[in-house]
Design a protein around this ligand. Structure first.
Ligand code: SF4
Length: 465
């Protein structure tokens, strides 16, 4: 008799895809990557994956329907982490795609094994990502993948099923059970492998085994995936202290973990554009701020107007934002000079000190680096502003009372009202600051809930607002 392993090996060898290093698009990530990579690859694969996990968290926080979430995440995956089926292997390098997927998972595993909170969030979003890919995959592919995993699932025999017929029909009355034909297919698994089905009374329990209809196979697979990730994360956490000496990798891992805590990958970037053909001038900022600025920038703008001054961190955050908005260096100097006029900064001081800083932000002084506008992750994880400072993200750094007041006063004329506050406050209390900001965007721009910036995308950068 040919064993199951030999059958699987023989069918893999006979497969037209036998040359692929990664035979399957789906992956349980049991084997760590065993090849050399550059630091750049290490970071970029992880950041691309983090974008997707963050979007999953954001969809979950916004209670998006499973179908909506599948559409949004599928689009994000195509953009940042495409993963094509074997049938596309003549057109695209599916091994390279799968390598990025594999690597990104393991780097994030290193970053997120360090605390209970990070582990919980990582497992939840990774399991959801696997679920979406599983449901979008072709059934043949899924079958081949499951066959390769050699799960210890036992198929219940026909005789056993016949003896339990009435109990099984009572649990699954809609499952067709032909009068004279074979019973429907069932798997026998330890009941602990399918806690969700047990909780929903969707399985028959006998002697510690759950009888799971083949139609519920996905639940067993997802549970198996989740358990493996959880135990592998525990093992990684124990091995992590050995990395403590590595000063190249540790800062990257810390950065990635901050990104997940902020709900957004750290490098969620924004390319400075020429303003889509519209020339932005200093005089237009006041008007634009009321219609197009997110709360962090609106807060900076209003405080600048009121105090005729901003402290260094706020000035930097706002200057870079305006640069990303399309304000040229000359117009930026005009804007800041006007904004300080009548305040405690004299014209001479402005020319000596402040003008230099603006030119520096535009890459015209010092080492002439072209500093990009700050993304939400960087702003959200910045230091808590003191009473005299105005930088940061109000959703993270304001008290709930101050946040509510700011929302009503600044956006009251654009549709914000007190009935919207409980929902926004809930996102804030759960730590989903950018989701709260996205909801404000939807309300003040009269956009259907869940649409975000378009196609469900949430705010990850003030300049995308
Ligand atoms: Fe600004 Fe981002 Fe916070 Fe919105 S979520 S207020 S854009 S930092």
């Amino acid at each position: 008799m040919i064993s199951r392993e030999k059958r699987a090996a023989a069918s893999a060898a006979a497969s037209p895809y036998a040359h692929l290093t990664y035979q399957h698009r789906l992956n349980f990530y049991d084997e760590p990557p065993r090849y050399n990579i550059t630091l750049d690859e290490f970071e970029s694969c992880a950041i691309d994956r983090l974008r997707i996990l963050s979007e999953i968290e954001s969809c979950l926080a916004r209670n998006r329907s499973p179908e909506d979430m599948k559409t949004v995440i599928d689009a994000q995956c195509r953009k940042f982490l495409p993963l094509d089926a074997n049938t596309a292997s003549k057109l695209v390098d599916v091994d390279a795609q799968r390598k990025r997927d594999h690597l990104g998972h393991f780097v994030l595993r290193l970053a997120f094994c360090r605390s209970e909170e990070l582990r919980r969030r990582f497992v939840k979003s990774e399991t959801m990502l696997f679920r979406i890919r599983y449901e979008l995959a072709d059934q043949n592919e899924v079958n081949q993948f499951l066959e390769s995993k050699k799960f210890a699932w036992e198929k219940a025999s026909n005789g056993e099923l016949q003896s339990l017929k009435s109990e099984l029909i009572a649990v699954h009355p809609r499952l067709p059970w032909p009068e004279n034909g074979s019973p429907p297919a069932y798997y026998k698994v330890n009941w602990t492998s399918v806690p969700d089905l047990v909780a929903q009374r969707k399985v028959l329990l006998r002697l510690g085994k759950a009888y799971v209809p083949a139609t519920e196979q996905e639940s067993i697979v997802l549970q198996e995936f989740q358990e493996r990730i959880e135990s592998n994360l525990d093992r990684t956490a124990k091995a992590l202290p050995r990395l403590d000496e590595d000063d190249r990798i540790l800062p990257i891992l810390g950065h990635l973990a901050d990104g997940l805590l902020a709900g957004i990958p750290m490098d969620s970037s924004f390319a400075v554009t020429e303003g889509d053909g519209v020339t932005i001038t200093a005089d237009m900022i006041e008007d634009l701020s009321r219609k197009h600025f997110p709360l962090c920038m609106r807060n900076l703008h209003d405080n600048l107007r009121k105090d005729k001054h901003l402290k260094h961190a706020g000035r930097l955050q706002y200057t870079l934002f305006l640069k990303g908005f399309g304000l040229t260096l000359d117009e930026a100097i005009v804007f800041w000079r006007k904004s300080y006029r009548g305040g405690k900064v004299k014209d001479d001081d402005f020319n000596k000190e402040y003008k230099y800083n603006i030119r520096h932000s535009y890459g015209q002084e010092g080492k002439r680096a072209d500093y990009p506008p700050m993304n939400c992750a960087r702003i959200i994880t910045s230091q808590q502003p003191s009473a005299q400072e105005s930088h940061g993200c109000p959703f993270k750094h304001f008290s709930i009372e101050n946040l509510d007041t700011a929302l009503l006063t600044k956006y009251g004329s654009c549709g914000m009202n007190s009935s919207a506050l409980p929902e926004i406050n809930k996102y804030v209390k759960d730590g989903h600051y950018h989701v709260a900001c996205t909801r404000v965007y939807e309300i003040t721009h009269n956009i259907r809930k869940g649409e975000g910036l378009g196609g469900g995308e949430s705010v990850t950068h003030p300049n995308l607002y």
